[in-house]
Design a binder for this molecule. Structure first.
Ligand code: SF4
Length: 255
């Protein structure tokens, strides 16, 4: 399949260059392609504006770093790639496809990942992993998978849908690990996150080559340090690589 054989338009929120602000690749320079629209409703969402389709996409002007000009949605794949290539500079690590939720636009995201791969640009996919089938279509084109695991305390979806959501997330993580993709499993930690939630989750991740990130929420709902440390110990009883990393891009004041 070539990118030309599949849907080439998408609804995007932003295209810009910045530093990865989360997880083990923190501080790496990336080009971010943020898709618009998400199927979940997490209590801690820091990009609520992009949970739904937006009329315009903010695109960084390479000649004026930090300034976003507006492009009307939907956006064409070729035009998206032109922006990515124009923003790519020496030292850029990868293209981060983020959201919103990228898996809500599977055809466009597949075409985008394929195009990046053809240009030899490594792809970092950040997803809530709600669909193992949509995720599996991307596996050949991605180099890094960061799957955001939703805990019951996140209230991301109605209670009766949660077990289906988490099974899909775990299947995405397992699939990515088995494919040899550098895989990150991330859980946002709130002051209400329980030891039991983390214990149960880590039991399911046991044996997988995964970096497990405890990401303390910022602002309201932030966990006290003692809770974070205890959760780290609980997770470390099951997993080899457990790290607590807050969001750094906010501290740096970058996009
Ligand atoms: S999955 Fe991400 S974009 Fe969607 S509501 Fe949750 S935090 Fe926000």
């Amino acid at each position: 399949m070539t990118p030309q054989s599949i849907d080439e338009i998408g609804f995007l929120g932003e295209i810009f260059s910045s530093f990865q602000g989360e997880g083990p690749l923190i501080g790496r320079r990336q080009i971010f392609v943020r898709t618009a629209g998400c199927n979940l409703n997490c209590s801690y969402c820091d990009s609520p504006k992009f949970r739904r389709d937006v009329k315009f996409c903010g695109v960084e002007d390479p000649s004026v770093p930090g300034r976003l000009r507006q492009a009307k949605n939907p956006i064409n794949l070729n035009w998206t790639m032109d922006q990515v290539l124009a923003l790519w500079t020496i030292g850029t690590h990868s293209v981060s496809i983020t959201g919103g939720e990228p898996l809500c636009q599977p055809q466009f995201v597949e075409a985008l990942a394929m195009s990046c791969s053809e240009e030899n640009l490594p792809v970092y996919l950040e997803t809530n992993g709600f669909s193992r089938s949509r995720f599996s279509r991307l596996i050949d084109w991605i180099d890094f998978a960061a799957v955001d695991i939703k805990l019951p305390s996140h209230r991301a979806c109605p209670t009766h849908e949660w077990s289906c959501l988490v099974e899909n997330e775990l299947a995405c993580i397992e699939g990515a690990c088995r494919a040899g993709i550098a895989t990150i499993a991330k859980a946002v930690i709130l002051d209400s996150t329980s030891m039991e939630e983390i214990e149960q989750l880590c039991r399911r991740l046991e044996g997988l080559e995964v970096a497990f990130v405890l990401q303390p929420a910022s602002g309201r709902g932030r966990p006290v340090p003692e809770r974070l440390m205890r959760l780290h110990e609980v997770a470390s009883e099951h997993l080899r690589e457990v790290v607590a990393i807050p969001q750094a891009h906010k501290m740096m004041g970058v996009l």
